[in-house]
Each structure stands twice: as C-alpha cells, then as structure tokens.
Design a protein around this ligand. Structure first.
Ligand SMILES: *Cc1c(COP(=O)(O)O)cnc(C)c1O
Length: 491
C-alpha cells in the first residue's frame, strides 16, 4: 500500500510488513495423493518467513508495484540519444502473429518464405533510407552494429594488403560505444577535437590523416545534436587518405527521409531499429543494429543476408553467405521480433510518414531550445537537430548541478534527461523530445524546467535535496550500483 514514510515519500509497504499471523490468501484443496513421509528432520525448518496476507493484498501489492514503472506508455521520457518515442501498438500486434512469433529459426527455407521475404524487404528499405548498396540485419544492438562495421573496415583493408592501416579517428563528441568498438576491432583510436561551433575541427583532422589511416567513425547529427556542416569535405579528406567513413546512425530520427548518408560519402552505417524504428526498449534491450554498406564493403557483410531470386514470376527467398563475410554475430538470424516491428512501422508510415518523423522531431527540439535558452546555457548558439544539449553551468554557480536538476524533474513528474553526456559539455543535460510528443506536453516540461531554474536561484537547497515525491529519495548512486539491496530480510 502506498503510504507516506517519515520523509514524506510515497513508500510502498512491503508485503512482508503487511503480515497478520494466520491470515491466508488461498484455500488449499483436499489432498488427492497418498501422504508421503517427511524427509530427514535435519533438512526441515520449523519456521519460514512468508507473508501472511489476503488475496486482495497480494493483487494490490503487485499492481501498485507495476505502477511504479516509469515508461513511455505512462509519461514523457526526454532521455537524450535514446529516442524514447511512442511505439505504435500495431507493431507489437504484427510481431505477435503466430506465424512470425512461433516460427523456429531452424525451419527449412521452403517453409519460412514469408519471414525471409519480410527480412529481404526490410534490408531493401534500410538500404534505401541510408542510400547504401546492401544491408545485413544480423546485429542485435547499435554497439554490435558498430563492431560489425569496424570489422568490415578491417577485413577490407586486409584484403587490399593494407593491414598496416590501424588508426581509427573519432571526434571527441562521439558516443562512448564508438571508441570501445574500434578498440575491440583491433584499432588504435585518436580523438579529433570539436571547434568553437561544435563542428569537427577540420584542421586537426587533416593533420591526423596519413598512410596508417583505417577510417573515421562519426555520428550525424553529432551527439551535440548538431549537423556537421563540413561533412562532405570530411568524407573527402578521409577517402583521399585511403580511409573509410563509418556512420553511427543511431540518431537517424533527425534525418530520416531528408538525406541519405550514402550520398554524402559514408561507406558503412548502423541503424538502431529500437530507437528510430519503434521497438519498446530500455534497460539493455531488446534491439537490432542492422548495418548498411556501400558497394566496396558488400562482400564483408555479417551473416546471414537474404536474397531474392525470381523464377518464372515466382520470388524465392534464401539466406546466403559470402566467402569474405566477417561471419556471424550471434546464433540464428538476428533479433527477429524487432525486425518485424521495424517492417510494420515503415509499411504503415510510408515514405512521407518517415519524412514527417524527422521534421517533427527537429522542430520539437528547436522549440525546447528556443524557450529554454534564456534560463539555461547552451554551448553553441545555432539550430539543433533532434535533441538539444543544455548546460547547468549557470545554476552551478549557486551550487546546483545538472544531477540536481535531473532529480528535481522527477518531482515535477518527468523522467530525467541524459546527464553529463556528451562529455565535452560542462554539466550537460541532453533532452530529446522526439516527434511523438504534443505541444502541451512540451510546454508542461518547459514550465517545469523554468520553475527549477527559478528554484535554483531562490531556494537552491530544495533542488539539491530532490527528489521528494518518489518512493525512494536521493540515493548514494555509487553505493546503490555497487551494493544493491534487493532482498527482503526479516528484522
Ligand atoms: C544508443 C546509441 C548507440 C548504442 O546503441 P545500443 O543499441 O545501445 O548498443 C550508439 N551510438 C549512438 C549515437 C547512440 O545514441
């Protein structure tokens, strides 16, 4: 039951603590099997701490517990870089069609033509969206797509007799997974600084490229939520030095249908289907991170890919292997349920619908920027793309940090934005509104942010002590992660 604890929080009283000795929630039926002798008494306990509660108490306890979950289906979720958009329920319905959800991955091709056709079409749609020659759906997360991409770049250079190309350049605004993937792929990583406009420093890039260059990994728009205005020149500089261009396409929500990375000169791109193409995600999954590649990387695509052969007007679909493939990234054929959702999402929206997503996502972020930039610092005074990176620099002078603002937002009923990322922005608060939020919701969020900015000036200690309305108040974050207290113990 929700009750106020001594700090005034709405705490759920644990089922154990509701115990009334002798209260029962179930009536055991009469035994219809012969009574068996009890095991050795040394193996038996006299008492067992089990809650003694009624059925309605159990039902209410678990229902209330489930309502503590914060989700996109209950609230606005402005977590930057994560694209927590509304996922239309029709996609779940399609993924649950028994022919899709019960299909065994080892079903022979001739009995799984429908599923293979869906995969084939999705490959084609993603190649179209990215402007690339071919796509593999094998990888099951954005970061795994990155690994696939860098392994393809490595295989490409090795096959050309260029195994000395071991340098991967990554801007300092990159997502943390990029340098990790490059290192896992066997590359040495060097960072390229950003200039005062938030673009990659082109001069620094030119100094770093040389005969050991394998490639560059960049995110477009960058994790500053900005469009890299020199992108064509960047691709050109890297290609002239013999390197390949990797695109982290996790931010596809910003450019969907507006421009194709392939047209700009990218050689490989991964897409986070769970972000842009509508799979409920969070806390580590589920996901899919397909990779789309330009012609020269097609032979190296991860397994499997699906091909179509038309024979006397009948299309046949089959899984194929290429001799130069970097191999498999996991068992079977990728995260099929996520692929189905993406397929259904693309089919139900169509090309115009996809284009509208990026328009609305970008305008929503710019609306937040325009209304919040009086009260919060922004590092770069220019139009943003699908997300806006604010800084709590100004509030820090009053002792209020980004973390405190994020915690205070919980009291106003909003999920915290992404904090302290990207690393190059002091006290960063990264807000991604997505296309699916209404103006009313954005206004309510803005009002909360403005109220917190005022509180930070007038009553900073209140902000520093937040949150007050959640079941658990301010935690020692390091201790909570290292020594989680997950088990009820009798007192
Ligand atoms: C989310 C994200 C990733 C990583 O994707 P996962 O599916 O979480 O592995 C990589 N790059 C960027 C820019 C992202 O936003």
């Amino acid at each position: 039951m929700a009750a106020k604890n001594d700090k005034g929080n709405n705490e759920l009283s644990l089922l154990m603590d509701q115990t009334v000795v002798g209260r029962r929630g179930i009536i055991m039926p009469a035994s219809d099997v012969p009574v068996q002798p009890l095991p050795d008494p040394g193996l038996l306990r006299e008492n067992l701490d089990l809650p003694e509660v009624s059925q309605p108490q159990v039902v209410r306890y678990f229902t209330q517990l489930s309502q503590l979950n914060y989700s996109i289906d209950t609230h606005f979720y402005p977590l930057g870089s994560c694209t927590m958009k509304y996922n239309p329920k029709i996609n779940d319905v399609v993924a649950a069609i028994p022919g899709m959800s019960y299909l065994h991955p080892k079903t022979p091709e001739k009995f799984s033509q429908g599923a293979l056709k869906v995969m084939y079409r999705l490959q084609s749609y993603l190649s179209e969206v990215t402007g690339m020659s071919a796509t593999s759906l094998a990888s099951m997360a954005g970061a795994q797509g990155e690994l696939a991409g860098v392994l393809m770049i490595r295989a490409y250079h090795e096959r050309n007799g260029d195994s000395h190309r071991k340098l991967m350049l990554i801007p300092d605004s990159a997502h943390g997974t990029n340098p990790a993937s490059a290192a896992m792929g066997g590359f040495a990583v060097k960072a390229i600084p950003s200039d005062s406009n938030g673009n990659m420093d082109l001069g620094a890039l030119k100094e770093l490229v040389g005969s050991d260059l394998a490639g560059i990994m960049l995110t477009l728009p960058s994790t500053l939520g900005l469009f890299e205005t020199d992108i064509v020149e960047i691709c050109d500089v890297v290609h002239k030095a013999g390197g390949l261009v990797y695109g982290d396409g996790a931010n596809m929500n910003a450019i969907l249908g507006q421009l194709k990375l392939g047209d700009l000169g990218f050689d490989v791109v991964h897409i986070n289907l769970h972000k842009t193409f509508s799979t409920p995600h969070g806390g580590g999954g589920p996901g899919a991170g397909p990779v789309s590649v330009a012609e020269r990387l097609v032979p190296f695509l991860p397994l499997p890919t699906v091909v179509e052969k038309v024979d006397q007007d009948v299309a046949q679909y089959s899984l194929v292997k290429s001799d130069h493939s970097i191999g498999r990234l996991g068992a079977f054929h990728g995260n099929f349920g996520v692929l189905i959702r993406a397929y259904a999402y693309i089919r139900s929206l169509g090309a115009d619908g996809l284009r509208q997503i990026s328009r609305d996502a970008v305008i929503n972020a710019n609306y937040l920027l325009a209304r919040l930039k009086e009260s919060y610092d922004v590092s770069y005074d220019r139009l943003c793309m699908h997300e806006v990176v604010l800084s709590a620099r100004r509030q820090k002078k009053n002792g209020v940090r980004g973390l405190d603002i994020a915690k205070r937002l919980l009291d106003y009923g909003f999920h915290a934005p992404t904090m302290y990322f990207p690393l190059i922005v002091d006290e960063a608060l990264m807000v991604e509104p997505t296309e699916s939020e209404s103006k009313e919701t954005l206004d309510a969020f803005i009002d909360a942010m403005l109220a917190i900015a005022t509180e930070s000036e007038n009553i900073p200690e209140t902000v520093r002590g937040a949150p007050y309305s959640t079941p658990v108040s301010r935690l020692d974050e390091a201790k909570a992660a290292r020594e989680p207290d997950l088990r009820w113990q009798s007192r």
